[in-house]
Design a protein around this ligand. Sequence first.
Ligand SMILES: Nc1ncnc2c1ncn2[C@@H]1O[C@H](COP(=O)(O)OP(=O)(O)OP(=O)(O)O)[C@@H](O)[C@H]1O
Ligand SMILES: [Mg+2]
Length: 271
Amino acid sequence: MKAAMPSPASRHIIDQAPFYLSSGDEVQQFEAAFRAKLPVMLKGPTGCGKTRFVAFMAHRLGRPLITVSCHEDLFASDLLGRYLLKNDETVWVDGPLTTAVRIGAICYLDEIVEARKDTTVVIHPLTDDRRLLSIDKKGELVQAHPDFMMVISYNPGYQSVLKDLKQSTRQRFVSLVFRYPDEARETEIVAHEGGIEMGLAARLVALATRIRRIREQGLTEGASTRLLIYAALLIQGGVDPVTACRSAICQPLSDDERLQETMEELIQDFF
Ligand SMILES: Nc1ncnc2c1ncn2[C@@H]1O[C@H](COP(=O)(O)OP(=O)(O)OP(=O)(O)O)[C@@H](O)[C@H]1O
Ligand SMILES: [Mg+2]
């Protein structure tokens, strides 16, 4: 007997609760936005927990999650769908956004500013009170499922004026600000995700806190929680802590020799 095909919604459901340590009332705010059918923008530096938070919220709300990583070659049609040739027949295949709109998923557009400008035309009617998706090529207007929610992420750190989001886009989203977690929370996260003991995690976090303070000297962004977890995983895999900090924290951050020296001194202070 043939196994039943999973429904489009169940394919995108997150079965296991992702580990997420909250830093404030972001969970409550997200829930309120979901209930009010408001789109949400997550603002914050790389590797601070935005993607993890969306996965956690999708699981908590029991909604499927469809993620699209935006890039400069992403056209509106990549989100909407296209006609494909199948056995001499042209069939329409929904893109990720259309699927999310139909099944009531949370659609997470990661790094939205990277996408082509034509995507805003698609996003605007969907993120105001109309909640409509217009599929021009198909001549179809789709009213979003009541549980559909759009979430976008945005890193204000490395946007140029040219690539900044338009006010008319920005002003359609409730914006939640993400920062690196405080030291106690970040220690717990690094210990949990990196599989190391709390004392060692605390030292990695202390090192990161110091590195984040030298940002003024030319680092565009501080050491992310993600990099601390990388260092923890290397240590867990048998690499000595000093080498792990160099390879997983300092080198990814900068190629500048002077900055490397400063960071090297900091590593020596902590390990
Ligand atoms: N609050 C948190 N709770 C649990 N894990 C966290 C938290 N913050 C960060 N992490 C850990 O840090 C890693 C990086 O976080 P995440 O991928 O969510 O970053 P991001 O903000 O989406 O970064 P980017 O902008 O580069 O996509 C996660 O895989 C997770 O292990
Ligand atoms: Mg992310």
